[in-house]
Design a binder for this molecule. Structure first.
Ligand SMILES: Cc1cc2nc3c(=O)[nH]c(=O)nc-3n(C[C@H](O)[C@H](O)[C@H](O)COP(=O)(O)O)c2cc1C
Length: 208
């Protein structure tokens, strides 16, 4: 029989005070079981029109202060975030039958962190970051290929491609994190952590 935690939930929910620690436990399991991209999550934002918009991005770091992803700062998602600096994100790991939902406020990562991550990327990805006016309309693919070739000429030294100032990371500082495990007959298990202070979290069970 599966062991239970102090809430009577499956033992995978542990009994941790900080949800970032629990996130780390689940994420490490997902890295072993997902066939690809265990770090992929859906990012929902709301922009000026009031319409929500959702897309997948990749988690590149996480710590007590938040969940970090990188993108073009002039993209649709970044415009939304500049207008409304909150977001809701969702991980779904099919191999584990688990979901994690996180909501919070978003700030830009430091230039130092963005440079460190950008410099770890491949030459092609760095050039791609320069070439793509992400989310704006492209006449045809050749137009983009030409821009890529031009940037390859401009930055021909492979180890010396600066980070564009329009490309950086966003950090989601969570105020709620909900852990979900699939259950028999749709009696799923849900544990919500809600921020109660800088380093304090309250835990609640939710109806499935
Ligand atoms: C699995 C997966 C991971 C992705 N990761 C990123 C990412 O980390 N950063 C990014 O800018 N776009 C990423 N994309 C592309 C986005 O989903 C999206 O197409 C793009 O960022 C433009 O979104 P926007 O127009 O809403 O700004 C990813 C797509 C998929 C399917």
């Amino acid at each position: 029989m599966n062991q239970k935690n102090s809430f009577g939930l499956d033992n995978c929910f542990k009994d941790l005070e900080n949800p970032i620690d629990l996130f780390g436990e689940w994420f490490n399991e997902a890295k072993k079981t997902e066939i690809n991209d265990p770090n992929a999550f859906a990012l929902a934002t709301v922009g000026k029109s009031g319409e929500p918009s959702v897309r997948m991005v990749l988690l590149k770091d996480y710590k007590k202060k938040g969940f970090i992803f990188y993108t073009n700062l002039n993209s649709k998602k970044s415009d939304d975030i500049k207008f409304c600096p909150t977001a809701s994100i969702c991980f779904h790991w099919k191999s584990l039958l688990r979901q994690i939902r996180i909501t919070g406020t978003i700030t830009k990562v430091s230039d130092k962190d963005a440079d460190a991550y950008y410099n770890s990327r491949s030459y092609g990805s760095k050039i791609g970051a320069w070439a793509s006016k992400q989310s704006s309309i492209l006449k045809n693919k050749d137009e983009l290929i030409k821009v890529i070739e031009n940037y390859k000429k401009k930055y021909s030294e492979k180890d010396n491609v600066p980070r564009p100032d329009f490309w950086s990371g966003w950090n989601l500082n969570p105020h709620e994190i909900e852990f979900w495990l699939n259950g028999k007959d749709r009696i799923h298990q849900r544990l919500l952590y809600s921020r109660a202070g800088a380093n304090e979290w309250q835990r609640y069970l939710l109806n499935p």
